[in-house]
Design a protein around this ligand. Structure first.
Ligand code: SAM
Length: 279
């Protein structure tokens, strides 16, 4: 059965272009076009938006994004072997797909895109986490992107959406939820990928808030959160004592018991403490 875009099935594309998966590039491909269309839909309304796709590989998700109506897709792929397969997709969607052969960690993509911009990616997990942290900590807020729809190892996805009081709650949750609404929109078993990875995955959708949820200086907040979760089993009066000689008083002024541990502290409280430290 031919696909909606008239292009060959992904298994045939991979065979024709000899795209054997490379472990070093974290290549676990999605070959089911129904699934890639579903992931594309989880990014929200695509018509009228430019989409940055990082790591398109043989193009399963790229085809989903285009078929679901993305105005334009800019796809950044490190592996040059994938370029001929991606060129076939570009020919099937004239003027809507631009491919850049580059390392996404070294490229400034903003010059190539027009707002509104949505980012969608199924990336190797280490690259995905590094890019997520970068996208959440730009020099200026609001950022260039309206939403991020990213595949992660399920355990990392759970850390991004975790609430206070849970084991998964930490620096990543505070960083993500301070400036965005973050939710898990899909869970995938290893068998959804070819070859299957060792662990389960999940898609996280983050929508940028127009302004951070509570006022705080980003650098001070980052220092507080890094120190607090760097020694998460300790009471805050001990883990944060390097930040100020008056830390107990500042904690109390921020409405935090000095005997509490990082895991119990809400984002509002971390921001209140960052304001006390800055002021
Ligand atoms: N999106 C495709 C899919 O869903 O089938 C491929 C997913 S595979 C998990 C990750 C892709 O990211 C591979 O094609 C790999 O070559 C690419 N990649 C890895 N590191 C990259 C980097 N630093 N910059 C751009 N692409 C990268």
């Amino acid at each position: 059965m031919s696909a909606i875009d008239g292009l060959p099935p992904l298994r045939a594309v991979i065979a024709a272009h000899e795209l054997s998966a490379k472990k070093a590039l974290g290549q676990n491909f999605l070959l089911d076009l129904n699934l890639t269309a579903k992931i594309a839909r989880s990014a929200g309304e695509l018509a009228g938006a430019d989409v940055l796709e990082v790591g398109p590989g043989p193009g399963g998700l790229t085809r989903g994004l285009l078929a679901e109506g993305a105005r334009r897709v800019l796809a950044v792929e490190k592996d040059a072997r994938c370029l001929p397969a991606l060129a076939e997709i570009a020919a099937a969607y004239p003027g809507r797909l631009e491919v850049i052969n580059a390392d996404a960690l070294r490229l400034d993509v903003t010059a190539h895109l027009c707002p509104p911009i949505k980012v969608v990616a199924n990336l190797p997990y280490n690259v995905g986490t590094e890019l997520l942290v970068r996208w959440l900590t730009p020099a200026h807020w609001p950022p260039f992107w309206e939403s991020l729809t990213l595949m992660f190892q399920r355990e990392v996805a759970e850390r991004i959406v975790a609430l206070p009081g849970s084991k998964a709650y930490g620096r990543l949750a505070v960083l993500a939820q301070w400036r965005s609404d973050a939710k898990i929109v899909m869970r995938l078993p290893p068998e959804a990928f070819t070859p299957p990875p060792k662990v389960a995955s999940a898609v996280v959708h983050l929508t940028a808030l127009p302004a951070p949820r509570y006022p705080a200086d980003p650098e001070v907040l980052e220092r507080v959160v890094a120190a607090a979760f760097g020694q998460r089993r300790k009471m805050l009066r001990a883990s944060l004592k390097g930040l100020s000689p008056e830390i107990e008083g500042l904690l109390e002024a921020a409405g935090i018991a000095p005997t509490d541990r990082a895991e119990q502290i809400s984002i509002a409280q971390f921001c209140a403490l960052a304001r006390m430290l800055a002021g």
